[in-house]
Design a protein around this ligand. Sequence first.
Ligand code: MN
Length: 236
Amino acid sequence: MKLTSLPLARTFCMALLLSGSATFAAASEAPYSLPKLPYPVDALVPVISPESLAIHHDETHKGYLNALNRAVENDPKMEGVTLSALLAHASKLDGVVRSSAGGHYNHSFFWTIMAPVGTGGTPSSGLLKRVETDFGSLEKMQSAIEAAGETRKESGWVWLVWTGTKLAVTTTRNEDNPLMDDVEIQGSPIIAIDLWEHAYFLTYQARRADYLHAWWTVANWKEINSRYALASTDPK
Ligand code: MN
């Protein structure tokens, strides 16, 4: 792969990566590290079981992380290349690097936008206003995300993104995400929900719709509000 132009993308995307928690920011440069969950492993009950969360974080996420670090170690040209630069040039990456970079970003993001039941706050007035403009109501936005998540039959993710002019719902396959240069809808991630069966099977078996509907109970609106405020061009 050609990496000569990658540093140019650093400044553009670093703001997105650094906008999250300290643990998330720490995971954005090689060698990448596994961010700690920002809550105990049983904190998301009853929506996500402790066993499911532990396996998802300690094994699934770590698996992507290890694969990414192996790829970086084995290719001198990858030294110093940020995660944001990898994602912005995803179309030039081989399949393993693409999926491991995406998997590391997506899961790091996902942990931060969940919180124990009753602690995640509510949508900010700014976000709510934009949601009402683009979807009609918060309930309609949530329904759109759930419907898109149910419609994608294979593994992937459902997203709420800021496209630069509006909020939009999109899905990506496997570990792709809206920061990649060749996906259908690009934008700054505001909400992400993992659609892989490993995210919900232990509690919901194949009932993905039930998982998606219950997910809002553990949505961390404080973090979601922050991501929207940093990404959007709306008046603050
Ligand atoms: Mn996952």
